[in-house]
Design a protein around this ligand. Sequence first.
Ligand SMILES: Nc1ncnc2c1ncn2[C@@H]1O[C@H](COP(=O)(O)OP(=O)(O)OP(=O)(O)O)[C@@H](O)[C@H]1O
Ligand SMILES: O=C(O)[C@H](O)[C@@H](O)[C@H](O)[C@H](O)CO
Length: 194
Amino acid sequence: MGSSLDAWVSRDDWASTWPRADTRVAKPPELIFCGVSGCGKSTIGRRVARELRTPFVEGDDLHVSGNIANMEAGRPLSDNDRLPWLTALSARLGAMAVETGGVMACSALKRVYRTALASASADVYFVLLAIEKEAALERVSHRADHFMPSELVDSQFDQFEPLAPEEPGIVLDALADPDENVKRTLDFIIQLRA
Ligand SMILES: Nc1ncnc2c1ncn2[C@@H]1O[C@H](COP(=O)(O)OP(=O)(O)OP(=O)(O)O)[C@@H](O)[C@H]1O
Ligand SMILES: O=C(O)[C@H](O)[C@@H](O)[C@H](O)[C@H](O)CO
């Protein structure tokens, strides 16, 4: 783990946003669809954002120069590669939090990344799309027009840490019908606001 990432998540002030603050506010939360490549973050996340009429942020659009080229060339990202990316994603989450709420698709593979992202606002929740390696591989290898090579799927699973019970969010079956996963996500938000 990169030392600056360590410093970030051990900041004195993040504890004040964890556990979640009062969520009974009208604005939609900041939802982060997370999980390994191919789990369906962008597909389901976009649909949920449309239902909520909130912005959708594709995390891949905020990668710093070099990261996409590295992945394209079959080199997995390191913590250091991801640090500036997480910083940019956090800034975007913070802006959404004061305005509209919104939905982001971002792998957020490790707990330390999720902790860093969750420190952007008191209203961040994760929707983890759980998938087995064979299914992810199948999806990634059949996807056209995407930079992520199927050779990197193994490394995504090597780095992935499941959502712990104390992390804010839900886990969905990535193989479920997309309509069902959209509905489950909306139900989760309704429950949060009840
Ligand atoms: N039930 C499903 N839910 C979501 N996506 C599905 C489903 N079935 C098939 N797919 C397909 O799986 C592929 C991967 O989906 P998507 O690009 O949304 O994943 P992702 O997690 O955002 O991947 P990446 O992190 O690599 O960008 C797409 O081609 C999508 O159409
Ligand atoms: O953290 C990572 O390793 C990266 O975000 C990858 O997950 C890719 O960006 C994404 O999967 C491809 O779209």
